[in-house]
Design a protein around this ligand. Structure first.
Ligand code: TRP
Length: 330
């Protein structure tokens, strides 16, 4: 693959889980190892779009630390890629202001993720900031001239907005920004309760930072196949989250196939199966836990953010200068 400039990010809302790993972290690690120019953004401003308060900003600080530790623990490496905090690069706000002129309110009101947030949090009248969520995200991408944006499926509507805004800008003022492409590569991991998606807010997540005992407890309590009453009943593999996790994390897929076979024939009990899954997950998480421990003692997280900031600030300044020139302000 040709080397590309890649931008992606997360809101610092809490520790990451196995769903994040399967959905996006794994792809980021591959992009990093292929030697692409990867930027990872801690989108702290985005966290405020559902309401701003001093308490929230305090939480963001704590969560930013956790997020950075998760990044480092899975193997994202600030020596190879750039990790930075959105609010450290205020040029993004100016670009978002300009981008706001290139998209209508009804267009933003139709973005499905925003509609969901409004429904779930019973927001009747969205703030300007909430509607502007995808506009700010577009500015994040454009500011570093991101070409590829690895994200989960749920973010594709934001990428569409970004492409539309950037397309409009470029056709009006000349090619300043590349039109970013979404890279939707990861899978969606179901929750431990069998719901379609693992999510911290649904309480069905296994965190990358969970200890061995917690992982075992969560696995032993997992949803399996509700139609199977006795361990001698033939069971279903499809739609069974235990097997979804084994597919995603099992090192020994021959053994996983054997378990599937036995499950379908009714020759394995849930306890044996779940004990196996717990060991698989704990084996996967062991090195992540060790690295997390080491980094939380040794790594200077502020320094990582400082370096990221210093790397992005000049890029952002240059992009903004080009944008201002293109529209004739400068
Ligand atoms: N909206 C993204 C999410 O919630 C986070 C994000 C903010 C982002 N800015 C971005 C992702 C730019 C990709 C590119 O997951």
């Amino acid at each position: 693959m040709e080397k590309k400039r890649i931008l992606t990010g997360d809101r610092p809302t809490g520790p990451l889980h196995l769903g994040h790993y399967v959905g996006t972290l794994k792809a980021r690690l591959e992009l990093q190892e292929q030697g692409n120019e990867v930027f990872i953004l801690v989108a702290d401003y985005h966290t405020l779009t559902r309401g701003i308060s001093a308490e929230k900003t305090k939480e963001i600080k704590i969560n930013t630390r956790e997020l950075l530790l998760d990044y480092l623990a899975v193997g994202l490496d600030p020596k190879k890629i750039t990790i930075y905090r959105q609010s450290d690069v205020p040029a993004v706000a100016e670009l978002a202001l300009l981008f706001g002129m290139l998209v209508t309110v009804p267009r933003l009101s139709r973005v499905p993720t925003l509609k969901e947030v409004m429904r779930d949090e019973k927001i009747e009248n969205p703030s300007f900031g909430l509607l502007g969520y995808p506009v700010l995200q577009s500015a994040d991408i454009a500011l570093v001239k991101g070409e590829l944006v690895p994200v989960g499926k749920d973010q594709s509507s934001h990428l569409e907005v970004a492409r539309e805004i950037i397309h409009r800008f470029n056709s009006e003022f000349g090619e300043v920004f590349p039109e970013p492409e979404a890279l939707i590569k990861g899978d969606v991991l179901p929750g431990t309760d069998g719901k379609a998606k693992m999510s911290k807010s649904l309480g069905n997540a296994i965190m990358l930072s969970d200890d061995e005992k917690t992982v075992k407890e969560k696995v032993m309590g997992m949803y399996t196949d509700p139609t199977r009453v006795h361990s001698t009943d033939p069971g279903h593999v499809e739609g069974n989250p235990v097997f979804a996790y084994l597919d995603a994390f099992g090192q020994d897929q021959t053994k996983v196939s054997e378990f599937k076979d036995r499950y379908q024939k009714g020759t394995v009990g849930d306890v044996e199966l779940k004990e196996y899954l717990a060991s698989v997950l704990n084996e996967f998480l062991a090195p992540i836990r060790t690295r997390r421990q080491e980094f939380s003692k040794a790594a200077d997280l502020d320094k990582i953010l400082e370096e990221g900031k210093n790397k992005v600030l000049p890029i952002a300044a240059e992009t903004l200068k080009q944008a201002r020139r293109a529209i004739g302000i400068e």
